[in-house]
Design a protein around this ligand. Structure first.
Ligand code: FES
Length: 115
């Protein structure tokens, strides 16, 4: 069953550009890419780098640890389509950023961290 979570205010995301939030056992990186919000799994599949701390350019985030890149829409590396992170539906309603997870592992207390 899918569950939608309120993760932050849009103005907070706009001020920071990106942030990370724990939704149960899933750590999600949330980005403002132009006027669209995007949500990916926070953990880089290479060695666990924090993707929300990466630089975003052209709709791609570059991991801050070793520069692997992931498309914010597909979650896959432009250089290696077999290297991907999970992407999650994200939207804004009444100034609140909402992210949907499929079958979240357990109830959560949202905890947000930023750059
Ligand atoms: S941990 Fe992300 S590129 Fe190495």
């Amino acid at each position: 069953m899918n569950r939608e979570f309120a993760v932050c205010r849009l103005d907070e995301l706009a001020a920071k550009g990106a942030l990370a939030v724990d939704l149960g056992e899933t750590r999600v990186a949330v980005f403002l890419d132009g006027r669209r919000v995007r949500a990916l799994n926070e953990t880089c599949p290479h060695r666990g780098g924090p993707l929300h701390l990466g630089q975003v350019e052209g709709g791609v985030v570059r991991c801050p640890w070793h520069a692997w890149s992931f498309d914010l829409v597909t979650g896959c590396s432009p250089a290696n389509p077999n290297s991907c992170v999970a992407v999650y539906p994200a939207r804004v309603e009444d100034g609140t950023v909402l992210v949907t997870l499929k079958d979240p592992a357990r109830p959560f207390a949202a905890a947000t961290s930023s750059r």
